[in-house]
Ligand binder design. Structure first.
Ligand SMILES: Nc1nc2c(ncn2[C@@H]2O[C@H](COP(=O)(O)OP(=O)(O)OP(=O)(O)O)[C@@H](O)[C@H]2O)c(=O)[nH]1
Length: 346
C-alpha cells in the first residue's frame, strides 16, 4: 500500500488555467520528480509544447478525449510508467477541458494493474472565476468537473469584482460543498494545497455516482459524434462503468498546420478579427507560429475574444519551423478558418 504512486488528476474547463497550474507545480522547488500525462483536444499537440520544465517526462495523448480513451491509452501509459517505478515520485494527469473526470478517476479503481500500483491522490479542478457561472449553465462537463473535485482552484480572480466572486463561489458550493477551495490569480497556490492531499474520497463519490464501481452499467446514453471530433476512434457505444458520460455535441475543434512560416502582418490582423467576430463561439484558441525571419517562436492563446501572445524561446537547431493553430468552439466555420489561415502563409 505504502509505495503506491500518487496520481493527481487535473481538470477544469477550457482555458481555466490547468497548464498555468501545471507549470507552477513543475517549476517550484519541490524536490519531487513527476511524470506528466497531457491529454489534448484536437490532433495537433500544442499543450505539450507549452509545458515548461526540463526534467519531467511529458506523455501526450492526442487521439481523442481522455474520458473516452481511458481504458486504452491511459492504462497503457500508466502500465509503461509502472515498469519504470522509482524514476519518479508522482504522476500528474492533465485532462482536456472537455473531459468528464469520472471515467478518468474510475480507472484507478477499476483496472487491476493500475490500482495495484497507483492511488488517486486527488481530483484538482481549476475553475475560471469569470466564466464558470455561465459554463455551469450550458456545459455539463464543467459541472461534473466541479462535482468530482477534491480541491478547487478558483482562478482568475483578477478578472472579477468581489460581488461576482461571491456569486461564483456560491454556485460552486451549490454543486460541491465539500471540496477544499482556494482562490487564486495565475494559479498561484501553495502546491502543498494541491499535491499529496490523499483526498480522493470514494465514499463521497459513491454518494454522487452509486454506479462508480460497476463495470457494466450500459447507461452510456448517446452514440453520436461528440466533441472528440472525427478523428476520435473510440467506441461511442462503449460504456463507462455505468456513469453518464457527458459531451457537448456541437463542440468542435479546428486544428491546422502550415509546414513553414507565416507572415505576421497577415496573421495577426486575421486572428484578431476572427476572435472579435467569433469570440462568443470560440471557447479556446492556441497557436505556435514560425514568423517569417523571426528566430523566436510566437506563441498565442486566448479564451473567447481575449488573445494573449508573445515571442518566446528560439526555435532549436533541427526543430522544424512549423506553424500550428487550434480553435475549439461551437459552430465554427472550419473551411473559412482554414482558408483564412492558409492565406497567411509567408
Ligand atoms: N487574467 C488572468 N489570466 C489568466 C489567469 N490564469 C491563467 N490565465 C490566462 O488564461 C489563459 C488560459 O490558461 P491555461 O493555463 O492555458 O488554461 P488551460 O486550462 O490549460 O487551457 P486548456 O488546456 O486549453 O483547457 C492563458 O492565456 C493564461 O495566461 C489569471 O489568474 N488571470
Amino acid at each position: 500500500m505504502a509505495d503506491k504512486i500518487p496520481v493527481t488528476v487535473l481538470t477544469g474547463y477550457l482555458g481555466a488555467g490547468k497548464t498555468t497550474l501545471l507549470n507552477r507545480i513543475l517549476t517550484e522547488p519541490h524536490g519531487q520528480r513527476f511524470a506528466v500525462i497531457v491529454n489534448e483536444f484536437g490532433e495537433v499537440g500544442i499543450d505539450n509544447d507549452l509545458v515548461v520544465g526540463a526534467d519531467e517526462e511529458v506523455f501526450e495523448m492526442n487521439n481523442g478525449c481522455i474520458c473516452c480513451t481511458v481504458r486504452g491509452d491511459l492504462i497503457r501509459i500508466l502500465d509503461g510508467l509502472m515498469k519504470r517505478k522509482g524514476k519518479f515520485d508522482a504522476i500528474i494527469v492533465e485532462t482536456t477541458g472537455l473531459a468528464d473526470p469520472a471515467p478518468v478517476a474510475q480507472t484507478f479503481f477499476m483496472d487491476q494493474d493500475v490500482s495495484d500500483k497507483t492511488k488517486l491522490d486527488a481530483v484538482v479542478t481549476v475553475a475560471d472565476a469569470k466564466w464558470l457561472t455561465d459554463r455551469l449553465k450550458d456545459a455539463p462537463e464543467a459541472k461534473n468537473q466541479i462535482a468530482f473535485a477534491d480541491v478547487i482552484i478558483l482562478n482568475k480572480i483578477d478578472l472579477v469584482s468581489p460581488e461576482e466572486l461571491a456569486e461564483v463561489e456560491g454556485r460552486i458550493r451549490a454543486v460541491n460543498p465539500y471540496a477544499m477551495l482556494h482562490k487564486a490569480e495565475r494559479a498561484a497556490v501553495d502546491i502543498s494545497q494541491v499535491l499529496g492531499r490523499n483526498a480522493f474520497d470514494l465514499e463521497r463519490v459513491l454518494e454522487l455516482e452509486p454506479a462508480f464501481l460497476e463495470d457494466d452499467g450500459h447507461h452510456h446514453d448517446h452514440d453520436h459524434d461528440h466533441a472528440c471530433g472525427p478523428d476520435c476512434d473510440h467506441d461511442h457505444h462503449h460504456h463507462h462503468g455505468g456513469l453518464k458520460h457527458y459531451h457537448d455535441e456541437d463542440m468542435q475543434s479546428v486544428a491546422l498546420t502550415i509546414d513553414g512560416e507565416v507572415d505576421p502582418d497577415k496573421f495577426l490582423p486575421w486572428v484578431n478579427d476572427l476572435v472579435q467576430r467569433e469570440g462568443p463561439n470560440i471557447l479556446r484558441s492556441k497557436g505556435i507560429l514560425a514568423f517569417r525571419d523571426e528566430p523566436r517562436r510566437f506563441v498565442f492563446q486566448g479564451v473567447h475574444m481575449i488573445l494573449d501572445g508573445d515571442l518566446q524561446r528560439e526555435w532549436k537547431p533541427g526543430e522544424e519551423r512549423r506553424s500550428k493553430i487550434v480553435f475549439i468552439g461551437r459552430n465554427l466555420d472550419k473551411e473559412a478558418i482554414r482558408e483564412g489561415f492558409l492565406a497567411c502563409t509567408a
